[in-house]
Unconditional design. Sequence first.
Length: 366
Amino acid sequence: MIVMNLELDNLLGFDDFKINFSYPRKIVNSTIKGEFLPNKTNFRFKKVNILLGVNASGKTTLGKAMMHIFNFITHKSPVRLLESVKDKRRKAFFSIDFLIDENIMYRINCEINLDEKDHSKSILMLEVYTAPIGKRDSYEICVRKLEQVKVKDDNKSSLDVLDSVKNLGWHFTFPDIGNTDIRIDKDVLSLDILKRVLKTLDTSITDVQKSDEVENSYVIRSRNGDIFIQNGKIIEDILSSGTKMGIDISYVISSICKGMHGFYYVDEKFTFIQTDIEQFLLGIMIDKLGPLEQLFFTSHNLDLLDMDLPVHSFTFLKKDENIEAVYPSDFIKKNDISIRNAFVNDVFGTTPDLSQLWDLGEFCDE
């Protein structure tokens, strides 16, 4: 699954928000393989999206908005969307362009008129557009095709219009996942990957084994004592925050290696992990992504800007009155210019505002 464009208004923390995941020009000798449809190379998409920004800039919230939309499209249950309406007195809206294979591009527009007293009486106006993707088509050509499609008015209020959308596949993981509850699926999680990641993050770990006695359980052997994971629950938890995150990271890498989901949103999973390990594991995720797969990766770590990746792989989220997306590729036209230096010099207008801290030391003397 590939998301090409997303617009959000009056949902969660977003007002008049737009973010796009296409890129205009072919990259010669790109370090990311296959950022285009396999048999339609003019249709280019950002396969890797590294989202950076200060606290409360919208990185986690963007993931949760996308997750609510995906669940709505698949299960036709608007509960999470209705709960996400920011100002209950006015309409909310989302629009998403995406594709599941290389033959059809979808656009779903949804307008939400919330009934504050009884959410079940809320009105959703839906429009589902489809456009065939031709051999030489780009994303921009398909957008023009979508804009020419007419939708019957009598279908706009029916959730049944979503039946035309094939099943979506995705995996979201957020900072609040991986503390005491861990997603473990024995058919997905690779024991070899789990063992190597955990032994890298915690040198006291000597081995990781599947339990023969209890189904879907693992034993982490450590010089500090054994730790048991049973059905996603850590028993007698003595693991560090970074090591616990490593279990979830192992699941993501295993999923990517096995092509399980197609769309991955990895949010702030390396907060407690060294930067060189973060860069190395991110590199593995990128390298193992298959065709028609997409990775979203959020972080505070500016060292990621030094990775050998196309400029268009990076997007900053910033929040003044509203959250907005800032693309370094709008400012830097050549890959031989340092994105990090441009950030430090505030070329993108995304460096943290430290003005409230300038005279902080004076308060210590009071």
